[in-house]
Design a protein around this ligand. Structure first.
Ligand code: UTP
Length: 298
């Protein structure tokens, strides 16, 4: 495994999930019975990451509390003999080294990543956006897939997936070289020529959108520092990646797995349902309830 550190930017305002996110961080909203950020930390750890850097803000104390020790809860579970829950709490507390650092103001995803500069140092590192959950049951976690590409080819690696053309304008889209028919890179890896943030569908260079998984190199920090605020006055990560396109290789990797976007109410609800239905202990009860509903397409 080529990366040991990963950054989780979690300092955004989460406005699309208001009022749920007025006092509770979006990343702490539960999906089935775990907060979203726990799935993200688990993916990073399963991908070989040992040091996580979480970018938070004043209103996000609950994130660091979630991974901290809770002696009073542990004592209570011990007294009750609830070893399963006790073990789970301890597992969460010991999962990885987690360093929390703050972004003073939400000046954009790029600006959030810049906050991790000193903690990351001079090595390639992963980025996981906690809005995007990726499942690859029985296979390699998404970040590990990207890290393996980085280890083999170097450069920056962007996790991408295909979406219908009418949806591309909501995302960062990559322009890629045609796949080499001799199979040099393999069918899932593309050379990136350019990245375009939220292009109109008719002008989009491809149907490959960037999801919330990246492996970046330390040169991104200099590029971010030189990036002027773009759309919405925010420092955009895609602008900094774009600035590096003639200086180092950029790859797009069509990851294996299923991606869930939890950033808006429908995405959040459907993800919670999908995750519950894949849990042997929760699925029977949830399925029994769904069977009572007279679902119609309207
Ligand atoms: P989003 O724009 O999707 O999330 O940022 P948001 O701002 O939290 O939510 P909405 O759009 O208002 O509903 C993508 C990721 O980047 C982080 C967010 O926390 C999210 O994980 N981010 C964004 C920051 O850490 N800082 C920022 O200034 C902006």
């Amino acid at each position: 495994m080529g990366i040991h550190k990963a950054v989780i930017p979690a300092a955004g305002l989460g406005t699309r999930l208001l009022p749920a996110t007025k006092a509770i961080p979006k990343e702490m909203v539960p999906l089935a019975d775990k907060p979203a950020i726990q799935y993200i930390v688990e993916e990073a750890v399963e991908s070989g990451v040992s040091h996580l850097i979480v970018i938070t803000s004043r209103t996000k104390r609950a994130i660091e509390d979630h991974f901290d020790e809770t002696p009073e809860l542990e004592r209570m579970l011990q007294r009750k003999g609830d070893t399963a829950r006790l073990e789970e709490l301890r597992r969460i507390e010991r999962m990885a080294q987690i360093t929390v650092t703050r972004q003073p103001e939400p000046k954009g995803l790029g600006h959030a990543i810049l906050m991790a500069r000193d903690l990351v140092g001079a090595e390639p590192f992963g980025v996981l956006l906690p809005d995007d959950l990726v499942r690859n049951d029985g296979g390699r976690p998404c970040l590990e897939q990207l890290a393996r590409v980085q280890e083999r080819h170097g450069g920056i690696v962007l996790g991408v997936m295909r979406v219908p053309r009418d949806q591309v304008s909501r995302y960062g889209v990559v322009a890629v070289e045609p796949v080499d028919p001799s199979g040099g890179l393999g069918p899932r890896i593309h050379h990136v020529r350019d990245v375009v943030e939220k292009p109109p569908a008719a002008e989009a260079p491809s149907d490959l959108i960037i999801i919330g998984r990246y492996v970046l190199t330390p040169s991104i920090f200099g590029a971010l520092e030189r990036t002027v605020p773009g759309a919405g006055g925010e420092i955009q990560l895609t602008d900094a990646i774009r600035a590096l396109r003639d200086r180092e290789p950029i790859y797009a990797y069509e990851f294996e797995g299923e991606r869930f976007d939890i950033g808006d109410p429908v995405g959040f609800l459907t993800t919670s349902l999908a995750y519950a239905l894949r849990r042997p202990d929760l699925a029977p009860g949830v399925t029994a309830y769904l069977r009572t509903l007279r679902l119609s397409a309207s």
